[in-house]
Design a protein around this ligand. Structure first.
Ligand code: CUA
Length: 669
């Protein structure tokens, strides 16, 4: 379709009710040359490290990817909500429980937002949280290992978009439901009864200060709107969270028209310190729900999934002074708090200005009861009373705002494909640069914290069109790096991304590198099927199951010859990597397995389940190049007919029978 010009778009915006086909425009001068020193500014010489890690969501890939900045080099894809055959995540017996939900095993999700843990409003480099949109969940990735350590499901939610956003001391990550839904006992109701039966929630997930363990502390019942994004307050606004929401019309069909009727939707301001007081006073009502909590035990190298059955819900009707609505023009999307915590920036994606709210004024309006009526019995603060001011003519389709350490804001504009820099205090536009194309989120290193690191802004774009070599109908999505150290923003680099780069956060490498784990200590391996040395390897039949306690070390498996398995039995290969050197994983795969490979880190035990479909001899091998003799790292397993009398024998070099086998503590059976 053709791009809107500034005027025609604004005209279209006025025609509320018209179907607005929001699509980004290709900016003018899209082939514009970058400045002469750009290459030098992003060049990281071979053997040198990048200055920042950039954790970027993978959107519909369900994973999180990690890039180095300023080079844009891809360092790692961390599997979070989707199975990953490269690493065996979701395929190994140990990791399947990570993807268990109240709907059963779910191999995929849509990961939109990233939140790095904070202490005193600053990145502390311990964990990164991420949301699953489709089947509402929040994950915690441990930055010592770059692995998903925990996933908690969010009940009473659908489309967990407004999530996860973190408070100043990582007290909570919050999660607002995108879809309002019928809740409780009777959910089989006509969709047309939306206004009576559909409700929203926002959830507060508590984070343990030491372990990082998540726990759904409470939910707040809300009117049936759609929550979009959120940010916690900080500094003076610590104790509050601001959630943007649209569809205050409570439409249940053709939202592109019906949810764009009103001149203003809302930002919902929640005083969570107040909520804690109400909880202490016993105002929380226990509601029956079913949700899972999945945790990975680093000593047992295994995940467990626990089902939980209730949640505490606070109703704003019983808890005055806990929740307020602030009017915000036209379907607000981003809702961002500046480093001081004084200013809250709303970005109405159909609005022609950017409203900036003042926390001080919000407090005053609350004290003065300066309300503009109520919305579902919740007080609505008067727009003019809480407004610091509006950024005039900033661009088209404002989405998200991040901040530098100089009092400036950077807002992404999807429709006009640009980043606009403006001053938070005087609201004057200072600079604008085109993005290629259709920017969504953007990130300044440390941008959501009290002390942004500044230096760069990264654009996460939805569309690349002609920026890269064509790759068929689907083109790579992309990120772009801009230098913001001077008055004018300067484009330095384009780099393609994995999946949809929805949002990202960047953090100085030194905050993470120093804690990076190199191996799992073999003596700490508490996996029940570990073989902590070759003399503990064995093959055991338990009813219809055959368990192989196997080791891997350069460059052989023990045992590498196995006989005596019968068709109809299920074989579990429990492979322990005995290496204790950094970067020496071994892999494991067997012909015909209806499964992915295992990728086993030094000191770790992982299990591949195999149900043979035929009799015969089946080769198995190491899939990860581990030494000059990697290609020799192989073996065979024989599967015989159900009634056969082939005994269990196994070994590497010397083959022995089951009667010679040792138990895990080395004793002969
Ligand atoms: Cu072990 Cu290749």
């Amino acid at each position: 379709m053709k791009c809107f010009t500034h005027k025609t778009l604004l005209a279209a915006l006025v025609l509320a009710g018209a179907s607005l086909q929001m699509q980004g425009c290709k900016p003018k001068g899209s082939q514009a040359a970058i400045s002469g020193d750009a290459a030098a500014k992003t060049y990281v010489a071979p053997g040198k490290y990048d200055e920042f890690y950039n954790f970027v969501s993978g959107g519909f890939s369900g994973q999180m990817s990690v890039y180095g900045l300023p080079s844009g080099r891809l360092l790692r894809v961390i599997p979070v909500f989707s199975v990953d055959p490269e690493k065996g995540y979701g395929y190994s017996e140990e990791t399947k429980a990570m993807l268990t939900t109240s709907n059963g095993f779910i191999p995929w999700d849509d990961l939109h937002h990233i939140a790095l843990s904070e202490t005193n409003g600053l990145h502390d480099g311990r964990w990164v949280f991420a949301n699953a949109n489709n089947t509402p969940r929040i994950a915690r990735v441990d930055l010592k290992t770059f692995r998903t350590a925990e996933i908690i499901e969010i009940p009473n939610s659908a489309g967990n978009h407004s999530s996860p956003f973190i408070t100043e001391n990582s007290e909570y990550v919050v999660a607002g439901t995108r879809f309002s839904v019928p809740m409780g006992e009777h959910t089989d109701v006509p969709i047309s009864s939306y206004k009576q039966n559909f409700k929203g929630t926002v959830s507060f997930i508590n984070i343990d200060k030491t372990s990082g363990e998540m726990n759904l502390a409470f939910q707040i019942a809300t009117p049936g709107v759609n929550f979009d994004l959120a940010r916690a307050g900080k500094g003076k606004s610590h104790g509050w969270v601001f959630f943007s929401c649209y569809n205050s019309e409570k439409a249940n069909t053709l939202l592109e028209v019906n949810a764009s009727q009103k001149d203003k939707d809302f930002i919902m301001a929640v005083n969570w310190k107040k909520a804690e007081e109400y909880l202490k006073a016993g105002k929380g009502v226990k509601k029956a729900v079913k949700y899972t909590h999945n945790q990975y035990d680093e000593k047992k190298h295994s995940a467990t999934s626990t089902t939980l059955n209730e949640v505490l819900v606070l109703d704003p009707k019983d808890c005055p002074d806990m929740v307020y609505f602030m009017p915000c023009p036209k379907s607000p999307h981003g809702c961002d708090t500046d480093p001081t915590g004084e200013y809250i920036v709303g970005s109405g994606k159909l609005a022609a200005t950017i409203p900036v709210f003042s926390f001080t004024k919000i407090q005053k309006a609350i004290a003065d009861k300066n309300f503009d009526g109520t919305y579902d019995d919740i007080p609505v603060l008067k727009y003019e009373a809480v407004l610091h001011g509006e950024v005039q003519k900033p661009g088209l389709g404002p989405l998200h705002t991040e901040f530098d350490d100089q009092g400036n804001a950077y807002t992404s504009f999807f429709v006009s494909s640009e980043i606009v820099k403006w001053n938070v205090k005087d609201l004057k536009v200072l600079d604008r640069v085109p993005t290629y194309y259709s920017i969504g989120h953007l990130s300044v290193p440390g941008g959501p914290t009290k002390k942004p690191w500044g230096k760069y802004v990264i654009a996460y774009n939805k569309i690349t069109k002609d920026r890269y070599l064509p790759t068929g109908p689907e083109l790579s999505q992309s990120a772009q790096l801009y230098d913001i150290s001077g008055e004018k923003m300067k484009l330095l680099l384009d780099f393609p991304t994995i999946g949809e780069p929805h949002y990202g956060e960047a953090i100085p490498a030194e905050l993470i590198m120093k804690n990076s784990q190199k191996i799992y200590k073999i003596e700490e391996n508490a996996h029940p099927y570990a073989a902590k040395g070759d003399n503990y390897t064995r093959v055991e039949r338990k009813g219809n199951e055959v368990h192989v306690y196997m080791t891997a070390i350069r460059s052989h498996f023990t045992p590498d010859n196995i006989e005596g398995v019968k068709l109809g039995e299920t074989v579990y290969f429990h492979v322990t990597n005995l290496e204790q050197d950094w970067d020496i994983p071994h892999g494991f795969a067997i012909k015909g397995a209806n499964n992915a490979e295992l990728l086993i880190m030094p000191g770790e035990t992982q299990t591949l389940k195999w149900v043979p479909e035929k009799t015969g001899v089946f080769p198995m091998y190491c899939t990860d190049f581990c030494s000059a003799l990697h290609q020799e790292m192989q073996g065979y397993i024989r599967v015989s007919a159900p009634g056969s009398n082939v005994p269990i024998i196994y070994g590497t070099g010397t083959i022995k029978g089951a009667s010679d086998s040792k138990t895990a503590d080395g004793k002969t059976k």
